[in-house]
Design a protein around this ligand. Structure first.
Ligand code: SAH
Length: 352
């Protein structure tokens, strides 16, 4: 099997290059071609002789994703991409344009095994982990297609990043590498459903990355009905892990809270959220749940969302309503992939 060259750190690539009997300036050349100039084939590396390019082709694979569908939101210009991996699996990525720059939301796994009730990514379970190169390639491909510089990355697409830990760390180090796209770690966010040992391990890396916790409920009982992971770790254990993360990295935690009508948008929910967010000085990101046809959950309506936000704000909580970007283009996690797969297997229309 060929080596996945885009998942190698600079030093690892250097070892490979030296083992091929090449001088080390080749490492700088090849690494820059891959991670700065975003080449997708060795043929583009014209500073290498044809013979040398053939040697690379024999030994190495440049893993890329290929766009098979692109949807542009008429509401806000958000672009959603359906990408095919080299083995035919499909994943989704999203480009969002903000005043402060372009943000890309990437997937970390094909599918997901966490089973959150409202989420489309997990309906068919986990297919496989993405390699670091496949996470990078989502950003590289969007940069190539749009010609725009990406300044922020959120690992908030399909998959649970803590369930693909080693590749996640490799991805973070490569995307922020000064010999590559050099996106600051401070502009990276990793979102987890709350895998407690993963949070501790991630904290110990002491990377200045923002951690977002998908909280969605303030009592264990309610959280367990929405998220199976809550049966494994209590909210109290989660809060301790988040405190540890804040102590180790100095980065404030973000709580993600998807508002589900009559489920987690009651006064008692707001009161509980004020307590938890206050204790951690967390930033709260509210979003009305994006309903999927397979489940009965409905979103909290506009005025109620504002009311919920105002309650938090009055208590001094730092809160934003996430712009519902691309709601007209299957904006929520895994919806476009799921729909495309169902269409190709004739399952369309069988959902709830
Ligand atoms: N596994 C990670 C990251 C992927 S999901 C995590 O759980 O955090 C990114 C965010 O979108 C999570 O907060 C998730 O709970 C939320 N989400 C998933 N499906 C949604 C939907 N249909 N509507 C609103 N939010 C959703």
């Amino acid at each position: 099997m060929k080596t996945d060259i885009n998942s190698l750190y600079y030093d690892e690539l250097n070892e490979e290059i030296l083992a091929m009997g090449l001088p080390k300036f080749r490492t700088a050349q090849v690494f820059s071609r891959l991670h700065e100039k975003l080449c997708t084939s060795f043929d583009e590396m014209t500073e290498l002789s044809v013979k040398l390019r053939e040697e690379f082709v024999d030994k190495y694979e440049i893993r890329t994703v290929k766009a098979v569908k692109e949807q542009v939101s008429k509401l806000d210009g958000t672009r959603k991409y359906l990408f095919a991996l080299s083995d035919g699996n499909l994943i989704e990525s999203v480009l969002m344009k903000y005043h402060h720059g372009n943000s890309v939301c990437i997937s970390s796994q094909v599918g997901c095994r966490m089973g959150c009730r409202f989420c489309a990514s997990t309906l068919d379970g986990l297919e496989r982990n993405l390699t670091a190169s496949e996470m990078l390639s989502q950003i590289y491909e969007i940069t190539r297609l749009t010609g725009e510089r990406v300044s922020n990355v959120v690992v908030m697409g399909s998959g649970e990043p803590m369930d693909n830990y080693d590749n996640l760390i490799r991805f973070i180090n490569l995307i922020s590498c000064d010999k590559g796209l050099n996106i600051s770690k401070r502009n990276l966010t990793v979102s987890t459903c709350g895998v407690v040992p993963g949070i501790y391990k991630f904290a110990d890396e002491q990377l200045p990355v923002t951690l977002a916790l998908s909280l969605h409920s303030v009592t264990d009982e309610k959280r367990q009905t929405l998220m199976p992971i809550a049966k494994k770790y209590s909210i109290d254990e989660l809060m301790k892990a988040c405190e540890y993360y804040f102590d180790k990295t100095g980065r404030r935690i973000t709580f993600e809270y998807s508002l589900v009508r009559d489920v987690n948008d009651l006064d008692e929910d707001a009161a509980g959220l004020i307590k938890l967010a206050g204790r951690l000085h967390a930033h709260v990101n509210l979003i009305p749940v994006n309903p999927i046809k397979e489940r009965e959950y409905r979103e909290t309506t506009g005025p109620r969302v504002i009311e919920f936000k105002n309650k938090l704000e009055k208590s001094g909580i730092n809160v934003t309503i996430r712009r519902e970007m691309g709601r007209d283009i299957d904006g929520a996690c895994g919806q476009l992939r799921k729909r495309t797969m169902d269409e190709s297997t004739g399952k369309e229309g069988q959902g709830a």
